[in-house]
Design a protein around this ligand. Structure first.
Ligand SMILES: [Zn+2]
Ligand SMILES: [Zn+2]
Length: 184
C-alpha cells in the first residue's frame, strides 16, 4: 500500500473523474496502452511498448472504485524445448478494488490518488501469473537431441546416434587395463 503521487500523463494512470463518487455509477473504456518495461518471467514476456488492448469497467462502490477488465497482449520469448524465438499472445482477466481512503484498506490494497488510479501493477500481476513456465513454439515441438543438441525438427525423425554396446564397452575397458599392466 504505497501512495506516491501519480502522473496523470502516464499511460497506465486512469482518471475516474467521470464516475464521481456515487456508488453504482459505472464507466467502460477500451484503451490500447504501451506495455511497461521488464514484464517477463523466465523465457517469455511482454515486449516493452507493445500494444496492450484493454477492456475495462470502472464501478464506484462505497469504499472506492472497482476495476474489472481483460487485457490482450503480445508475447515474445524462447521455446523451452528447441530454444527458437517465438511469439504468441495471451489474454488475462483482472479485478481490483482501489480504495478512496487508507483507513479502509489493508496493507496490500491499492489506493486512489485523488481521482487517479494506476492500472499497471494490476496488469503486471495478472500477466506474471498467466505466463507459461515452459513456453513452446508448438505443442508438437520435438526439441533438441539430447546427444548432440541439434534441432530435431530440422534433423528429421531418423536422427539417432550409434550407442556403443554395453559388452563392447567393457571389453574396451579390459584392453586399456592390460596395456597399463604391461607398462608397469
Ligand atoms: Zn520449439
Ligand atoms: Zn543428435
Amino acid at each position: 500500500m504505497s501512495l506516491h503521487s501519480l502522473d496523470p500523463r502516464a499511460p497506465w494512470v486512469i482518471s475516474t473523474h467521470d464516475l464521481g463518487r456515487r456508488p453504482g455509477s459505472m464507466r467502460t473504456l477500451s484503451p490500447v496502452l504501451p506495455a511497461p518495461a521488464d514484464l517477463a518471467v523466465g523465457m517469455i514476456g511482454v515486449p516493452k511498448d507493445a500494444d496492450v488492448e484493454l477492456d475495462i469497467r470502472l464501478e464506484a462502490v462505497m469504499e472506492g472504485v472497482l476495476v474489472t477488465g481483460t487485457a490482450q497482449t503480445p508475447l515474445t520469448g524462447e521455446c523451452s524445448r528447441c530454444l527458437d524465438p517465438l511469439t504468441s499472445e495471451i489474454e488475462v482477466d483482472f479485478q481490483e478494488l482501489y480504495f478512496y481512503s487508507a483507513e479502509d484498506a489493508a496493507e496490500d490494497d491499492l489506493l486512489l490518488d485523488g481521482e487517479l488510479l494506476d492500472l499497471e501493477p494490476v496488469f503486471r500481476d495478472a500477466v506474471v501469473l498467466a505466463l507459461p513456465l515452459s513456453p513452446v513454439c508448438g505443442e508438437d515441438c520435438p526439441g533438441l537431441c539430447a546427444e548432440c543438441g541439434i534441432r530435431l525438427a530440422e534433423a528429421g525423425p531418423d536422427h539417432r546416434h550409434e550407442t556403443i554396446d554395453a559388452r563392447w564397452a567393457t571389453l574396451q575397458g579390459l584392453v586399456v587395463e592390460q596395456e597399463d599392466d604391461q607398462e608397469g
